[in-house]
Design a protein around this ligand. Structure first.
Ligand code: UT7
Length: 338
């Protein structure tokens, strides 16, 4: 576990802008009822999803990422060259290489900047924010563009009812900048990985262990495989544990949180965590009903929902939390800056 504080820190870091994007096409529960043996009732009751957005053929993760990035830049009145680095959290890069960050940089038309992809599954956005924040905090970078984007529909087996009802496509981007204002910005985080859970949520094919072949395709190895119950139990336990530790070491209680922005994997996971943390019900941000699980996209999309609902104001205390494939665990505290 990381320790609080950072001796190299010269600057406090804030999120100065947010942009999100989902593709227009909807995949509803009624559509899924026609595709697999499922029902609207089961999906709403067990997961809490009504509809998700899905890309059209030929639209890739970098396309969603670029739209989200353009919106964040526009909100702050910045040009692509005004950022110094791009970090893209994703498990569905356009291709193995070049990185999606390179593709985004090129599509935005930014010159002379650098960047990279970060693989943290559903925790990728939180991890990318903390990674980017280190560059800003030490003063080596003035602005970092952090994106969480996934086209989950590209790795879902739409004949497998256990996974196809859960996921959607989407992206969100934030800009990180230094701030002199002590009342806003990133406060603290606790991250943890536990590779012993790797097998419970994974895509086995296409990497160096199982290179793509007719066999890997026949065995459906290029799709998401999940032991839902194992992931569920781990998610509730570890997300709660990380958030409680984080609140405690910052002298805070669940009821102090103005906006709890969790990864949107299952409404039951969100509610179980919220209850264990003693959060005020109105502080819990939920939009899984509209977007499903967009992996790295869920947290920035939920930030946008919090803004739409008037729950993010300057100084609002935000607790972000995630558990994802790996397993990866993330929890982060910040005060909203605008
Ligand atoms: O974002 C990454 C992290 N991922 C997660 O956090 C996911 C965590 N896990 C979950 O959200 C839940 O475990 C699922 C939503 C994936 C599954 O819900 P569950 O309540 O754990 O269901 P289950 O896997 O225990 O299955 C219960 C029953 C089974 O039928 P039987 O064996 O009891 O007859 C399944 O075959 O529900 C059946 N089932 C479905 N029925 C209708 C599974 N999927 C469906 C479906 N429609 N789509």
């Amino acid at each position: 576990m990381n320790e609080p504080g950072n001796s190299l820190r010269k600057h406090r870091v804030k999120i100065s802008a947010l942009g999100t994007y989902v593709p227009p096409r909807l995949l509803t529960n009624a559509d899924l009822e026609r595709m697999v043996d499922t029902s609207n009732e089961w999906i709403m009751e067990r997961v809490g999803i009504r509809e998700r957005h899905i890309v059209d053929k030929g639209v890739a993760t970098s396309d969603l990422a670029v739209e989200a990035a353009k919106r964040a830049l526009a909100q702050r009145g910045l040009k692509p060259n005004d950022v110094d680095a791009i970090i893209v959290g994703t498990v569905t890069p356009d291709m193995f290489f070049p990185s999606t960050a390179c593709l985004v940089q090129h599509k935005l038309g930014a010159q002379g900047i650098w960047g990279f992809d970060l693989s943290g599954a559903c925790s990728a956005f939180i991890y990318a924010v903390q990674t980017g924040a280190q560059f800003v905090a030490t003063g080596t970078h003035k602005r970092v563009l952090v994106i969480g984007a996934d086209v989950m529909s590209s790795i879902i087996d739409y004949t497998d009812r256990a996974t196809c009802v859960i996921f959607g496509d989407g992206a969100g981007a934030v800009i990180l900048e230094p701030t002199e204002d002590d009342s806003v910005g990133l406060i603290d985080f606790i991250h943890e990985i536990d590779g012993s859970g790797g097998f419970f949520l994974h895509m086995p094919g296409g990497g160096s262990l199982n290179p793509s072949s007719h066999e890997t395709v026949d065995q459906k190895m290029h799709y998401v495989h999940q032991d839902g119950q194992q992931v569920f139990k781990f998610a509730v336990r570890k997300q709660t544990e990380a958030c409680l530790k984080l609140l405690e070491r910052n002298g805070l209680k669940g009821s102090d949180v103005d906006a709890f922005i969790p990864h949107q994997a299952n409404l039951r996971i969100i509610n179980a965590t919220a209850e264990r943390l003693g959060l005020r019900p109105e502080s819990v941000i939920v939009n899984i009903d509209r977007y499903g699980n967009t992996t790295a996209g869920t947290i920035p999309l939920a930030m946008n929902t919090a803004i739409e609902e008037g729950k993010l104001k300057k100084g609002s205390l935000v607790l972000m939390a995630s558990v994802g494939a790996g397993f990866t665990v993330g929890a982060a505290l910040l005060r909203w800056a605008y």
